[in-house]
Design a protein around this ligand. Structure first.
Ligand code: PLP
Length: 379
């Protein structure tokens, strides 16, 4: 059966050579814009491309404001600072995520609290979230306090796993009720919509990533999106060394960060953004081909959740159990088809082992079974 799968993937990618999990495609005006950028001499954090990019991202996602960053991790870091996260705080997130989510929480000296995911979205479960808050916290002076640790639960960071939206409207309602600041880690879900609204625009803030493995890339880059003007102004200030604008004077009013995306990267990204809708169309067709094939051999292919339109960044199949998963990973990678398991759950990583964690049965179930299969655009 594994042999049939390898042959099918080779057939749809029309090659017997090595097939990677996800590679970027530069089929637009990338070279033209980069050349223009170099000619302008503005290759660093000032220039027309980076300004233009922010307008285009805001327009595409429907957010009022977009603030570019050096990467997705720095976008999360700044967002958590804007939420007021510090050493007295905890931040709820899901154990099934990339390490960047938890690293950013730790940059603010806070600790993550791990709440389970839903099996049908692979993202944070609103029912597990509500259960945790109801039984483990009290609200005092408009602050949500974890009774066990006495820390303030300041923010919640759900993630739209592999591009599939989580039940973000329900999560938002719960966060509002408990006075918790909602930051959506939409690093993987540019072009994914939930109930016709772009992921990352439900919470107070959403964050994007344009790393080389994401659906479009700036080489490295990220973005903060928000509808709140005051958050947007603060985000721009914090990402540009907190410099007070002045014709010639250097003055800064707080510790800021050098986190603005360079113009050179933005030039690349604008060309990529022009192709995004083509990429998504192509990837949705690929997902459809996979879906039909895996159905025919009675394998579980992960389809977009209810009320969602996914970008299908990375396609997911669920194997029967860990043993079968390991055999599959071994066979495919030996035979020139790159596949990968889910990330090790964050609550099992050395630095986060001692963090408050709830019953994580769905995350454990998924961790043992998820395999990502080749998902690059086919052209
Ligand atoms: C890619 C990614 C990020 C950000 O990564 P950068 O490499 O810093 O751009 C954050 N969270 C998740 C879930 C990601 O997949």
């Amino acid at each position: 059966m594994f042999k049939d799968i390898v042959e099918f993937i080779q057939k749809i990618y029309q090659t017997k050579d090595f097939i990677s999990l996800h590679e970027p495609k530069f089929v637009g005006k990338e070279k033209e814009y980069i050349e223009k950028c170099i000619e302008s001499t503005f290759v660093s954090s000032v220039g027309i491309f980076v300004n233009k990019l922010e307008i285009k991202i805001a327009k595409y996602t429907g957010a009022k404001y977009a603030i570019s960053t050096t990467n997705g991790t720095s976008a999360l870091h700044i967002s958590l600072l804007l939420a007021g996260v510090d050493e007295d705080c905890e931040v709820i997130t899901q154990p099934l995520t990339f390490i960047a989510t938890c690293n950013a929480i730790n940059y603010c000296k806070a600790k993550p609290v791990f709440v389970d995911v839903d099996r049908d979205t692979m993202g944070l479960s609103p029912s597990a979230l509500e259960f945790f808050l109801k039984n483990n916290t009290k609200v005092k002076n408009k602050k949500c306090i974890n009774i066990k640790t006495n820390k303030i639960i300041k923010a919640c960071v759900p993630m739209h796993s592999y591009g599939h939206p989580c039940k973000i409207d329900k999560i938002k309602t719960i966060c509002n009720k408990y006075n918790i600041f909602l930051i959506e880690d939409a690093a993987e879900s540019l072009g994914s919509f939930y109930k016709n609204k772009h992921t990352g625009t439900f919470g107070q803030i959403g964050t994007l990533s344009f790393n080389g493995n994401k659906i479009i890339t700036a080489g490295g880059g990220g973005c903060i999106i928000t509808n709140d003007k005051s958050l947007a102004v603060k985000a721009k200030h914090l990402t540009t060394t907190a410099k007070i604008p002045h014709k010639w004077d250097f003055n800064h009013d707080m510790i800021g960060y050098n986190y603005r995306m360079p113009n050179l990267n933005a030039a690349l990204l604008i060309a990529q953004l022009e192709k995004l809708n083509n990429f998504i169309k192509n990837k949705r067709k690929l997902a459809n081909d996979y879906e039909k094939f895996f159905k025919s051999i009675d394998y579980f292919f992960f389809k977009e959740p209810k009320f969602s339109r996914s970008n299908y960044w990375l396609n997911v199949i669920l194997l029967k159990n860990k043993k079968q998963r390991d055999k599959f990973l071994d066979y495919t990678n030996k035979n020139g088809v790159m596949t990968r398991p889910a990330w090790k759950l964050m609550n099992k990583i050395k630095m986060f082992k001692d963090c408050h964690q709830l019953d994580l049965k769905n995350a454990n179930y998924l961790e043992e079974r998820i395999v990502n299969i080749p998902s690059s655009v086919r052209f």
